[in-house]
Design a protein around this ligand. Structure first.
Ligand code: V47
Length: 381
């Protein structure tokens, strides 16, 4: 133990016997606790759940359009219709992307983008259909709750209808984006007009009720404070108690470059590690905490594996949202590089698919060597 603070000891005792931490415990951990002591405690929880395993997946990203009706102050990716950088994928481009995914041996395509005011719901649902029909074996993790809310607005149909349509077209699960910070002291300051915290929670509840799994995120390091972060985590924990439908929590560090909040410095590695540990300790009903290497950077993602994280996300390949905002990481990583990040952290890499089924491949080489790899078998973790 690196601290003698009795408040920390009480929290450690609770964690030791699996007792749930309170809002007050969370505020103390966020604002005052010794970082190394907290990291060690979070690491104990992580090792109790996952031993020495760190998960990763072979995936590819597709951001079908950057044109967006919203003007989120933290976003560097969005464009107006007539901007030089504005783009929208055609069906052929979508097909090409998923065929690239297949040729790289990907088990997942991650699809999120802007809310294009000239595209109808059909354009979005057709994209999922095209991807699914081209490569039905690749899991489609698509649309943040904010996009689902937009589709419901466009069609004047309930969220449940939107989700059923998407599922019928081939949607496999929902990513965790669009959550930002739920608290209404913060949300209007960073993403005015878009689906509020209650709506985000409602959409994930509906998805879980339809048997779709989803992820959850929290964007930190901008104008929020500890009480907003804790409010966010506790709302996620409450929904998870209700549905059990979340798979993983991903703390997302704000990247300020090219955004309306460019004056705010990027969170430090200390804050990044504190958020990973805080999430592992507070979200006692989440199986996984993801250290998304793209946004943490490879170095911090390595250390995060000893601060509560058990997953690094994947190969990614085409990343725009963070790179438009100044991320210095590569846009993708090879499987062998991911293995290195995990091995060097003293962990054992295990490839998973989107639903955390273990992927077993045959042969010693990976797609990085130009070989087509399809999952040879998938077994339950
Ligand atoms: O909702 C946008 C964030 C999210 C910036 O579910 C920014 O597996 C920092 O949710 N600085 C989208 N963050 C990405 C996302 C995600 C990523 C990886 C895996 C999964 C998953 C989900 O990115 C947005 C927003 O919170 N974001 N701009 C920025 N400048």
């Amino acid at each position: 133990m690196t601290t003698t603070d009795p408040r920390f000891s009480r929290i450690a005792d609770k964690v030791g016997v699996g007792e749930r931490l309170t809002l007050e415990d969370g505020l103390y951990l966020d604002e005052e606790a010794d970082l190394l002591a907290m990291g060690r405690l979070a690491n104990e929880v992580r090792e109790r759940r996952h031993g020495n395993t760190t998960y990763y997946n072979t995936n590819i990203h597709l951001n079908p359009t950057n044109v967006c009706v919203y003007r989120c102050r933290f976003c560097a990716f969005r464009a107006d219709l007539r901007d030089e950088k504005a783009y929208s994928f055609t069906d052929d481009q979508a097909r090409e992307r998923i065929l690239e995914a297949r040729s790289r041996g990907a088990t997942e395509i991650h699809v999120v983008g802007g809310l294009h005011h000239q595209k109808k719901f059909d354009w979005y649902v057709n994209l999922v259909r095209v991807l699914h029909e081209t490569c039905p074996e690749i899991h489609i993790k698509a649309w943040t709750a904010v996009e689902i809310a937009w589709f419901s607005f466009l069609t004047k149909q309930p969220v449940e209808w939107v989700l059923r349509e998407m599922k019928a077209a081939g949607l496999g699960s929902l990513p965790g984006g669009g959550a930002e910070i739920f608290h209404d002291e913060v949300r209007p300051q960073i993403c005015e007009h878009k689906a509020d915290g209650e709506n985000w929670i409602h959409i994930h509840r509906e998805a879980h009720n339809l048997g779709l799994r989803s992820n959850a995120t929290m964007l930190y390091g901008h104008v929020e404070g500890a009480k907003h972060r804790l409010d966010h985590l506790l709302r996620l924990r409450a929904l998870q108690d209700e549905t059990g439908g979340f798979q993983t929590f991903i703390p997302l560090a704000f990247h300020p470059e090219n955004t309306k909040l460019a004056h705010i410095p990027k969170p430090t590695a200390r804050m990044d590690l504190r958020m990973v540990a805080l999430a592992r300790l507070m979200l006692d009903n989440f199986d996984h905490i993801k250290a998304y290497w793209i946004m943490l950077g490879e170095d911090t993602a390595q250390v995060a594996q000893s601060f509560g994280a058990d997953d690094l996300d994947g190969t990614v390949v085409h990343e725009l949202i963070y790179h438009d905002a100044g991320a210095k990481t590569p846009e993708g990583l090879t499987v062998s590089k991911l293995h290195r990040l995990i091995h060097e952290a003293g962990r054992v890499p295990v490839e998973r698919d989107t639903l955390y089924q273990k992927v077993v491949r045959e042969g010693a080489k990976w797609w990085v060597d130009g070989m087509v790899r399809e999952p040879s078998s998938v077994v339950s973790c």
